[in-house]
Design a binder for this molecule. Structure first.
Ligand code: NAD
Length: 266
């Protein structure tokens, strides 16, 4: 199977680090022009764009806070100004602000919901408007547009001490499936990726030393994931190789969602 995203334009939010950066790189390697969104960290985003251009690809970095409507509108206007169209959105930005629910501040609840859920809504709405306005581009893809939500195993697995995060990802699941039901007729494909434990900044404290050993007990496949494990799936989901995949969540978790506590008879 040969995957080419040649002549396609992809926007990746929160792409200055971690899964977003790896996905942007993977999409560019597959031939897409890539818009690398960042919130605060312009330098690594600009460096990634430069690396992609040096390798012969097309990329720009654009700062925008995905939880702010005006920023999202400006981000999408920049995509169209620069590359003339949009084919792929990876709504990836996310954060954690962990606390037991009894101690959680409203500010920390709101901060997580605003980025992880409202941010995805704002970006998806802007992408849908663009896909509908530009119409099908059959010379680049069978679908009129592709949306990939970055969710988490915690759209399924409850997570004590992280109620805001789990609620946001549970929300992403029904956002994704509702939108998929709504726009399938227009040949816009909408799916989610639900990573388990992948080695990035968001979980650096849990992926080394004793914490890593404890975490591995939750992963039947026996290793922590790497950002490339997720990036490869992003490229496939963005391509026509997955053209009949719509409204589903692809778990990339080494089996974390298989209730591993039951391995030895529960
Ligand atoms: P990360 O912290 O490296 O990436 C998160 C990115 O989101 C950062 O680049 C950050 O700048 C960006 N961001 C935060 N607030 C933003 C805002 N207001 N506007 C724009 N961008 C903003 O961590 P990561 O692991 O790469 O996380 C990426 C996504 O993957 C998140 O949605 C996260 O919930 C999800 N995820 C990660 C894992 C994992 O194990 N790493 C597991 C499940 C889900």
């Amino acid at each position: 199977m040969h995957i080419s995203l040649d002549k396609q334009v992809a926007l990746v939010t929160g792409a200055s680090s971690g899964l977003g950066a790896a996905a942007a790189k993977g999409l560019a390697e597959a031939g897409a022009a890539v818009v690398i969104n960042y919130n605060r960290h312009g330098e690594p985003a600009e460096k990634l764009a430069e690396d992609i251009r040096q390798a012969g690809g097309k990329a720009i970095a654009v700062g925008a806070d995905v939880s702010r409507e005006a920023d999202v509108e400006r981000l999408f206007a920049k995509v169209i100004d620069t590359f003339g169209a949009l084919d792929i959105l990876l709504a990836n930005s996310g954060l954690q602000k962990d606390a037991a629910t009894v101690d959680m501040t409203l500010a920390d609840w709101n901060a997580v919901l605003e980025v992880n859920l409202t941010g995805q809504f704002l970006c998806v709405r802007a992408a849908l408007r663009q896909f509908i306005q530009q119409g099908p581009r059959p010379w680049v893809s069978r679908a009129t547009g592709k949306i990939i939500h970055m969710s988490s195993v915690h759209q399924l697995i409850p997570w004590a001490g992280h109620a805001n995060y789990a609620a946001s990802k549970g929300g992403v699941d029904l956002l994704m499936r509702s939108v998929a039901q709504e726009v399938g007729e227009q040949h816009i494909r909408v799916n989610s990726i639900a990573p388990g434990a992948i080695r990035t900044a968001i979980n650096a404290a849990n992926t080394q030393g004793d914490a890593e050993r404890k975490l591995l007990e939750l992963i039947p496949y026996g290793r922590i994931g790497e950002a490339e494990d997720v990036a490869n799936a992003v490229v496939w989901l963005a391509s026509d190789a997955s053209d009949y995949v719509h409204g589903t969540t692809l778990f990339i978790d080494g089996g974390m969602s298989l209730y591993p506590e039951f391995r030895n008879n529960g």
